[in-house]
Write a protein that binds this ligand. Structure first.
Ligand SMILES: [Fe+2]
Length: 308
């Protein structure tokens, strides 16, 4: 075979998903959910201690696919936390309701009779970007899932950034975003009772911890790969820009995660467990589950201060 033919064959043999060649896995089953992000992992029972080679491959899948899903993981709270600790240190969030009063566990719960709006948020977003060190990832497990609907959608913000023109990249590479979580409680209180979010009622965070400026394009601390880190939720303005000046660019960038070619969706079933990267993905719960209960519990792992 000629060198050219061999090179061509190598290219066509290589599976490219999530914008990069797919790593090889020998100790776990890995099935990509779409070409953009997400995979299902099989052959792992998270109730058991994990062998180092299995854990290594889970971490490789997490880094590559950004959201990993495992079905049928009937974990105790201790087992859920133990698995979460492989990803880092657990953190509290000022606004997210606790699960069973446990400061290391949060819940996303909507009872069948409640308006779906009790669950934030209906638009693509990243969680808690207003903190100095926003979450690295969430480890989330379904206790109760709707019979149909209530999926969570994810969008790969590396690819969203890589698809932008060089001119736009240059503008964004030098931009910072001011995010603030200071006024979510007062804004919520002004809504009609039936439209209010379920927020945590008290927390120990100081006011100055609830507002921070971060790069509009952040880099992965190990690989250096860049991703768009702009989301309308908690957005105040681009640093040095007025709110009015900021709005048109924000609106344009807010459309990025809506492109289907950047997305995957997780269909929840009881005991489905996912870990998603909150730094390089945006996510969105889909509110299409009238009269159905949806109860998800999670831990949150602290991330690095976003790197520009
Ligand atoms: Fe969220």
């Amino acid at each position: 075979m000629s060198v050219e033919a061999k090179a061509l064959q190598t290219v066509s043999d290589q599976i490219v998903v999530a914008g990069r060649p797919m790593p090889q896995f020998h100790h776990i089953g890995v099935e990509p959910l779409t070409g953009a992000c997400g995979c299902e992992i099989t052959g792992v029972d998270l109730r058991q201690p994990l062998k180092p080679e299995v854990l290594d491959e889970i971490m490789t899948a997490f880094e590559h696919f950004l959201v990993i899903m495992l079905r049928d993981q009937n974990l105790s709270i201790e087992q859920h936390k133990a698995f979460s600790h492989y990803f880092g240190e657990l953190m509290e969030l000022p606004q997210a309701p606790l699960y069973a009063g446990d400061r290391e566990m949060q819940e996303v719960r909507r009872e069948a009779h409640e308006p779906v709006s009790v669950v934030p948020f209906t638009k693509f977003h990243t969680d808690s970007p207003f903190l100095e060190r926003p979450p690295k990832c969430m480890v989330m497990r379904a206790i109760d899932a709707p019979r149909y609907g209530g999926d969570t959608a994810f969008a790969n913000m590396y690819i969203a950034y890589e698809d932008l023109s060089d001119g736009m990249k240059k503008v964004l590479d030098n931009l910072r975003v001011v995010y603030s979580g200071r006024d979510i409680w007062s804004k919520n209180a002004k809504l009609d009772e039936g439209r209010r979010l379920r927020l945590r009622e008290s927390h120990d965070f100081r006011e100055d911890q609830l507002e921070n400026a971060h790069p509009a394009v952040r880099r992965h601390p190990r690989t250096g790969r860049k991703a768009l880190f702009v989301t309308p939720t908690y957005f105040k303005r681009f640093d040095g820009w007025s709110e009015a000046d900021s709005r048109p660019l924000l609106e344009y960038l807010a459309h990025m995660p809506h492109k289907l070619q950047y997305q995957c969706r997780i269909r929840w079933k009881p005991n489905t467990l996912i870990v998603w990267d909150n730094r390089f993905l945006q996510h969105c719960g889909i509110h299409d589950y009238e009269n159905e209960r949806r109860h998800l519990i999670r831990t949150t792992v602290i991330g690095e201060r976003p790197l520009g």
